[in-house]
Design a protein around this ligand. Structure first.
Ligand code: NDP
Length: 279
């Protein structure tokens, strides 16, 4: 019987630990502050931003909300980031993506000081991860490492296969698994025989962005399956990139959607905010 990896419970545990750290920092006279910038009123982004603010309030992190108009110029956005970079009382800066089409996301990401880059998207943060130096790590992959470790799943020496090579999930995921001494293979849309590769995996991380694409035909008996995908199906219910019911009987452990990887992303964002002060 497969073990269900409970991201809700593990993220709650991390939040409790962070709450304690934040109150200890406060006792030493240090406050943790996250600046959250949203440009426009994209409905999904508003939900994400709302959840981040709620998590900050719960843990005791002060959040500063900047809700900018859809037609805000790139220049004005960059000027705000510059101002926040220089503020001693701001530890983390987060710009909610995606940005409106007239703004160059890469320029915005690069404008955030690496010292305050709590999303871990700045090229300097990615470079630091690549060469094993300290820096902020992208929250979703960092959360997956915590899910594995806190579920007692050994990564060292294991065959780890990542489906997807995006900058925010696939690539940093592969680097983190490598840092944990996994033997890592990264697959993508040009991979010739995906099933043949995924069937070698002891740990399979699925970030393909296609609802229920991964069935039991892709899984080795006893593998650990981590599903990063989030989609709404025909009945408006959440589902992942993995066909959960089909895969469940063959794997040894699996993350559900919802309640698996999703809750970990915000927990790790909060963790990065606290780390930015501790550093
Ligand atoms: P992207 O669309 O940026 O990347 C998808 C990757 O999958 C690409 O590298 C692509 O290859 C690869 N791919 C597409 N089709 C195939 C195929 N048939 N076979 C093999 N590989 C394929 O997605 P993200 O990485 O941003 O996100 C992945 C999923 O995770 C999405 O469902 C997203 O909603 C979810 N997500 C969830 C988060 C959470 O907090 N739980 C956070 C971030 C994302 P190629 O590079 O060749 O195009």
């Amino acid at each position: 019987m497969a073990k269900i990896i409970d991201g809700k419970a593990i993220s709650a545990q991390i939040k409790e630990e962070l709450k304690e750290k934040v109150s200890a920092l406060k006792a030493d006279g240090m406050e943790v502050t996250l600046a959250v910038i949203q440009v426009g009123k994209d409905a999904a982004s508003s939900v994400y931003v709302g959840n981040k603010k709620k998590a900050c309030a719960y843990i005791g992190i002060r959040s500063l909300a900047y809700e900018l108009e859809e037609d805000t110029s790139q220049e004005d956005l960059l000027a705000l980031i510059e101002e926040l970079n220089g503020r001693e009382d701001v530890n983390g800066i987060l710009v909610q993506l995606p940005l409106p089409g007239h703004i160059d996301e890469d320029k915005v990401i690069q404008a955030i000081s690496p010292r305050k880059d709590v999303d871990g998207f700045h090229p300097q943060s990615v470079g630091a991860l690549c060469i094993g130096q300290p820096g902020f790590v992208s929250c979703t992959p960092a959360g997956i490492i915590q899910l594995l470790k806190r579920s007692g799943i050994e990564i060292g020496g294991k065959e780890c296969v990542v489906i997807g090579r995006s900058n925010i999930v696939g690539k940093p995921m592969a680097l983190l698994l490598l840092r944990e001494n996994g033997t890592v293979t990264v697959t993508h849309s040009r991979t010739k025989d995906l099933r043949e590769v995924t069937k070698r995996a002891d740990i399979l991380i699925v970030a393909v962005g296609k609802p229920k694409m991964i069935t039991k035909d892709y899984i080795k008996e006893g593998a650990v399956v981590i599903d990063v995908g989030i989609h709404r199906n025909e009945e408006n219910k959440l589902c992942g990139d993995v066909d959960y019911e089909d895969v469940f009987p063959v794997c040894s452990a699996i993350t559900p959607v919802p309640g698996g990887v999703g809750p970990m992303t915000i927990a790790m964002l909060m963790n990065n905010c606290v780390e930015s002060v501790e550093r």
